[in-house]
Design a protein. Sequence first.
Lengths: 417, 328
Amino acid sequence: MLKQIEGSAAVAESIALCRPEVVCAYPITPQTHIVEGLGEMVKDGRLSPCEFINVESEFGALSVAIGSSAAGARTYTATSSQGLLFMAEAVYNAAGLGLPIVMTVGNRAIGAPINIWNDHSDSMSMRDAGWIQLYAETNQEAADLHIQAFRLAEELSCPVMVCMDGFILTHAYERVDIPTQEQVDTYLPRFEPRQVLDPAEPVSIGAMVGPEAFMEVRYLAHYKQLRALERIPQLADEFKAGFGRDSGGLIRSYRFEDAETIIVALGSLNGTVKDVVDEMRDAGVKIGCVSIVSFRPFPLAPLRAALERAKRVVVLEKSLAVGLGGIVSDGVRKSLSGIVLKGYTVIAGLGGRAITRSSLRQLFERAGRDELEAVTFLDLRTELVDRELERERHARRTGPTAEALLRDIGTVASRID
Amino acid sequence: MTTQPVKFYQTGTFTVGNRLLDESQRSVQANMERTNSLNSGHRACQGCGEALGARYAIDAAMRAAGNQLVAANATGCLEVFSTPYPETSWQVPWIHSLFGNAAAVASGIAAANRVKGRKGVQVIAQGGDGGTTDIGFGCLSGMFERNDDVLYICYDNEAYMNTGVQRSSATPPAARTATTPAVGKRPGNVAGTGKNLPLIAMAHGIPYVATASVANLHDLEAKVTRAMGISGARYIHIHVPCPLGWGSAPADTIKVARMAVESGLFPLIEAEHGEVVDRAKIRHRVPVDEYLKLQRRFAHLFRPERDTERLAMIQAVADRNIARFGLM
Ligand SMILES: Cc1ncc(C[n+]2csc(CCOP(=O)(O)OP(=O)(O)O)c2C)c(N)n1
Ligand code: SF4
Ligand SMILES: [Mg+2]
């Protein structure tokens, strides 16, 4: 059914259709509306049977999820930013134990300085924890990916993180087609756990494993992700057959066939990128873009196929590997091993810095002239940086950096412009 | 708790001989029906109080639950010595996730059991004092406050044993550990305010809290059995000497545990909904010295000379317990 609905509400409805049996909730912006929505549905009986558990921390949230999933219940939780880091130990643990938990990450920056706005630092920090990571471009896709996520997680016995941009998606009202219960039930079979805590068949889960088998356990986790590389496109095809629309898959390419410049990005940013690509195409520029939906497993082969004929690739990243540059760029480079083309990393939108069409247009034009540096910070306010560096050159005790910058700007609260 | 008046003690030890009890109240060591939930062959040290406590606690829980039991375990000695894969000592469905989340994992299992309609399947979480009073405290308090249907058992050996005997918030004043060495002006652990987890559990108002000791296995079993008959959050704190960490003789584990109880340092109590409802009276009171002297971790209190000040302080703790809980 078509609805004009907030992204979080759409995701909550979509998750409810997946019939989760345990939902763990802990508040953190911008993910909170999703679990609030689910909590209400459990409380008023629309979602039943389901246990909605208000926990004392994100570490508790994922730990409760580990218990309920290991006891055979379909389990869901959501978090963002500091919350994802607070549960980090359990994030790795859930993957190590092979528990098919589905978790939404409402992407948000990590402090300090504390910042509630969108970037991808949070989920990127957990990219190697053993979870499958899918990035939604629109709210429709966010809603759809969760349905695919449960199917994928339970087939492979591997947790799946669905990442959706904080505020840009979670808080945006747009048209979303909410599927019917029958559609979801047909697509998503009942959860048949691979391992379960059952007094009739007692097993020990989570034992100590030494050097004799640890490598193999790890390899099998990697192998699972390689299997996911095959399954993700198949599940997206099946989804299309059942729901009538394209959602998910490994990557999505746009006007890329004859493109000389190809932009690579994750998540909602692709909407803006496509607009700029259209504008520039109208002006005769051979430009296209590729959206990476599945960041883990990383789609090396499809990316290579999409990028290999280009002259240059610009990777637009909402996260920063401090001291190196890009995170996504690393994978993109790997996918292009042996192919000579120009590669640029652009760090953009950190802490919610708006990524505008005009900035992107200028950026892509500079890229087209190969005027970009290897690593560029889009719309970096260099005058602020220079002033602070100047201060630090002259005095030892300059005080806290973030506060000094804010004083320079003269704003008391953070703003997005 | 045992109410039968007992007139006879074993000579010298002041323990109640099993055979002096009514048949129905006797602890059973070997029995065809015993589940041996923590089976033999594990890697605990000789005389490990934790292994003994867990064996009796989980077997009693299994009996009470008609074998319908699932256990979540925190990281620590119990977890490590019981599951050197591919071997496992556990005859119950058992999960180890992390050091600090046993209570939360158990809450999750209980939620799954509820939603799946598995009536009668009970859930136990267990961990050491470090996993309970320190790193797992947040999850534990959350589980209490929600009154989740979980029995949490803390095996208190008063330090982080698995990592080589470091101080935890359950380590008593003056005790030597690897991080509170017996050097300097005031050797051993600082005398802080302490952290009495049974009292903190009681402050949550949960249906049942008890302390128990491997010195009185019968009482321990009775408490676990009682706890298993109650729904909601329950907490049992078991005092389990660790010969390795305490520097006591493996053969003295029960004796050391008994001295802790009989000196008043480890009161045996039961509480319901935040109120103490029963306590085990001390039958033969001993000064704290007798407890402390059995353990090398307190040796510096007696050598090179008596540390009268700190011994008096520890005695005062025991006296206060005796007065506070009416142990005499
Ligand atoms: C997050 C984390 N921090 C530290 C450790 C290291 N560690 C493992 S077991 C343990 C000590 C356990 O002490 P306690 O809970 O008292 O149990 P015991 O071994 O004494 O029975 C420690 C510090 C860990 N596994 N995880
Ligand atoms: S170190 Fe202590 S607690 Fe650990 S197995 Fe040995 S005796 Fe038991
Ligand atoms: Mg300990």
